[in-house]
Design a protein around this ligand. Structure first.
Ligand code: F6R
Length: 617
């Protein structure tokens, strides 16, 4: 995690870096810092807290001039979040400066060795070890900065995206990547360059970007062509400059109070964007190149294994139900973090689907690598275009949700379900597992989903009223059955991550095997009771809760009568096919969490201890 930004060129670096750090705060926000090169001297300011705290401090502490600079927003790994552990870090000589996203796993023996050689350390970070290692290599071997960074990195085990400069080189930044993302924005005629964890900090300056691959190091000099080499063998790599499609509006709040709310309200469009050009309803065609080109692999698969983390794992669970229902291919869903370490049985006849919004999640990446090493075919479902998982998969499909900036996933979840449903339908058709009429009916219903999501969004005020009533409850239970069981898990995750209220998701029928003991008048139970999802059974579950004085908030279909009589509150969503219902039932749960969190004055977009992109184990 952590966000890094760098600039070298002809403009003032400070405003570019501060603005860039604000855009990257979703990656970590416990401390931040900036270093500018001003007439041969390093101006450093860093602080515990957010980028606004840095801004307040920097203006009193340093001159803000300089056309070269680097900045960092941190999600602590080594060393608590405090001023000293914040980045950038400076080498013992005071010449070299670094920012780092990642973890140097062998920092302890490296630090010991450097201490033996007389180096001293002021922070607890692995990053300060790295900058002194670079300095040591540079001094001992008489190397230029780029070479010294490369040689030092050959001694390092771990993950990193780094940017380093030397105060004696006013126009040069060295950047390198292993395991953590790093984009380089290339200005017109090479007059300026930007470095960042993703392209958002530089999108208003240039659309041309190079995404460094793992094991690559770039020497970036104002007015010169970028030079990229392989870290391991120093071989030259041709820079591949791509044109980005991203635009500024997509990464701004657009009048909403929070990114999360904006992203919840974007879902009708996001879902449409996911199936646009792929699902041709009148023709009865689903076009997805990643599937079309590899159809035999899918059709001959013994099973599909889905690997993912967090919300993406919940989308995977929905997909398990959808795939098995429609295409009759056995599916297993695994936490990527468990899968990678538990010696799973994987064969060449397995298809592994990796789901990841960011496309950078370390555990999901490791699960992919394991699956590939056993010969399985890996298909990535990612949102971020050009992300590592998208590139490392054998084939894939993007969700096309647009940038998701709020740390809590919302539109990523519904678009992941949409894309996975398209795949399941396509495979069902190709296998002959679905009748023609059913297939067409599913396409027609899926096409109606964005309008129905819009209808769910009109419930916002009603949900706010419910939030007022329950916002101070210490615990919540979320229940659902079948396709809506993963939605219950997702609802509970949303509430706990942004409002810090303890919440559990359960399959409704499991309640009587334990959680029912928790029910009393202090326990709100959010239960999904849509018509087509084992309705009568769920109604019985609601009765069981009611007779134990639990408070019931039920998600029902429009016009429901039975549940309304028993529940404390009902939230009515439109009817759809049972397997598409998660796309609707999840919306009120997102809004409920959002409003409760706002009322509790929590930082909705940047909840404590979290980061958007989990690039460490
Ligand atoms: C929850 C959330 C996380 C992510 C998880 C995986 O709202 O955002 O649980 O879903 O960290 O992230 P990706 O999908 O980027 O691999």
């Amino acid at each position: 995690m952590c966000g890094i930004v760098g600039y070298v060129g002809f403009r003032e670096a400070y405003p570019i870096i501060i603005k860039g750090l604000k855009r990257l705060e979703y990656r970590g926000y416990d401390s931040s810092g900036i270093a500018l090169l001003d007439n041969g001297s390093i101006k450093l300011s860093k602080t515990k807290g957010k980028v606004v705290d840095l801004e307040n401090r920097a203006k009193d502490e340093i001159s803000l001039n300089g056309t070269l600079g680097i900045g960092h927003t941190r999600w602590a790994t080594h060393g608590e979040p405090n001023d000293v552990n914040s980045h950038p870090h400076i080498s013992n000589s005071g010449d070299l400066v670094i920012i780092h996203n990642g973890i140097i796993e062998n920092y302890a023996p490296l630090k010991k060795e450097l201490i033996n050689r007389g180096y001293t350390f002021v922070s607890d970070t692995d990053t300060e070890v790295l900058i002194n290692l670079i300095e040591d290599v540079k001094k001992n071997d008489g190397l230029k900065l780029g070479k010294a960074v490369r040689v030092a990195l050959t001694q390092v085990v771990g993950a990193y995206a780094i940017a380093v400069f030397d105060k004696n080189k006013p126009n040069e930044i060295v950047a390198a990547r292993m395991g953590s993302p790093l984009a380089i924005g290339v200005g017109e005629d090479d007059k300026e360059f930007f470095i960042a964890s993703d392209a958002s900090p530089f999108i208003e300056y240039t659309n041309n970007a190079i995404y460094l691959e793992d094991e690559e190091i770039a020497v970036i000099r104002k007015g010169k062509k970028i030079k990229i080499r392989k870290i391991s063998d120093d071989s030259i790599v041709d820079p591949y400059i791509q044109e980005l499609q991203l635009n500024l509006e997509q990464i701004e709040k657009d009048g909403y109070d929070h990114f999360m709310l904006k992203e919840i309200f974007e879902q009708p469009n996001a879902i449409t964007d996911t199936y646009r050009g792929r699902m041709l309803v009148n023709e009865g065609i689903i076009r997805m190149a990643g599937i079309d080109d590899n159809l035999e692999r899918f059709l001959n698969a013994d099973r599909i294994i889905i690997v993912a983390c967090g919300t993406s794992w919940h989308a995977g669970l929905v997909a398990e139900y959808v795939f098995e229902e429609l295409s009759r291919i056995p599916v297993e869903v695994e936490y990527a973090s468990e899968f990678r370490y538990r010696n799973p049985i994987i064969t060449e006849k397995d298809v592994v689907i990796a789901i990841s919004q960011s496309g950078e999640t370390a555990d999901t990446r490791a699960a992919i690598q394991l699956a590939k090493s056993k010969g399985a075919f890996v298909f990535g479902v990612c949102n971020v275009v050009g992300s590592t998982i998208a590139r490392e998969s054998d084939a894939g499909a993007y969700t096309h949700a647009g940038p998701e900036i709020g740390v809590a996933s919302t539109k990523a979840f519904t678009t992941q379900i949409t894309v996975l449903t398209l795949i399941a339908l396509k495979l069902a058709k190709a296998k002959g597992a679905i009748s023609n009429s059913d297939y067409h009916m599913h396409l027609r219903e899926l096409e109606l989903i964005p309008e129905k999501v819009k209808e769910c969004l009109t419930l916002d005020n009603h949900i706010k009223e419910i939030a007022v009533v329950y916002k101070d409850m210490p615990n919540f239970l979320y229940l659902g059955r079948g396709f809506n069981f993963p939605v219950a898990l997702e609802g509970a995750l949303k509430l706990k991550e942004i409002s810090y209220i303890h919440a559990e998701g359960y399959p409704a029928a499991e309640m009587k095997h334990g959680p029912i003991a928790l029910i009393d008048e202090q326990m709100p139970v959010v239960i999904i009771a849509t018509k087509k999802g084992h309705y009568d059974k769920v109604v019985s579950n609601i009765q069981e809760i009611k007779s134990r004085k639990g408070k019931i908030i039920a998600i029902v279909n429009n016009g429901d009568v039975s549940v309304r009589e028993i529940a404390d509150y009902v939230i009515e969503v439109p009817e759809t096919l049972e397997l598409l219902s998660p796309l609707l039932t999840t919306i009120p749960l997102q809004l409920l969490s959002y409003h409760i969190a706002v009322m509790r004055e929590c930082n909705v977009d940047q909840p404590r201890n979290l980061a958007k992109s989990v690039t460490v184990e």
